[in-house]
Design a binder for this molecule. Sequence first.
Ligand SMILES: CC(C)(COP(=O)(O)OP(=O)(O)OC[C@H]1O[C@@H](n2cnc3c(N)ncnc32)[C@H](O)[C@@H]1OP(=O)(O)O)[C@@H](O)C(=O)NCCC(=O)NCCS
Length: 155
Amino acid sequence: MTKNNVILRAVTEADLPIFYEQQLVPEATQMAAFPSRTREAFMAHWSKIMVNKNGIIKTILFDGHVAGNILSWEQSDKWEVGYWLGKEFWGKGIATKALAEFLDIVKIRPLFAHVVKHNIGSQRVLQKCGFVIAGEDKFAEENGMKIEELILKLV
Ligand SMILES: CC(C)(COP(=O)(O)OP(=O)(O)OC[C@H]1O[C@@H](n2cnc3c(N)ncnc32)[C@H](O)[C@@H]1OP(=O)(O)O)[C@@H](O)C(=O)NCCC(=O)NCCS
């Protein structure tokens, strides 16, 4: 169940405060165009997904440290994948290894990912794991600004 020094394991309660801190980082929220949650909202959201038997969530360990999380969930009859790493873990190939490992465990296909157009790193991660661009979408941010995203698909 390992790709070199990257290991996926079940999420534990002790991981949640680390994930919470990781999703507060402004560069990350800007990169993903996804606003950070307050502690209360974050814990409520994760309490829900921890018991959701239809979702698949994993903690990404790098050299034994909690580097981030990777998950898959069903939305509008489609299975999506998403991931988030703490900033200190970026640029080491961890997301690519974690996604490759996740795809060995999660055999659901097709699998989709929505990525904002400016998130080149995430697009690279997906493409290196076999995802291809399958379409485009748009959503409105809280300030009303339209954000364009790509839909990537793995068949
Ligand atoms: C996006 C993210 C997951 C990338 O993780 P990572 O472990 O640094 O990615 P990898 O090291 O596996 O990089 C894969 C490729 O993307 C490139 N890449 C990574 N970050 C990049 C960036 N910011 N700009 C351009 N390219 C980038 C790498 O150079 C590598 O390309 P190469 O193999 O052709 O050289 C990480 O930055 C992150 O968690 N960001 C915040 C949350 C987020 O955006 N989640 C995804 C939402 S769709």
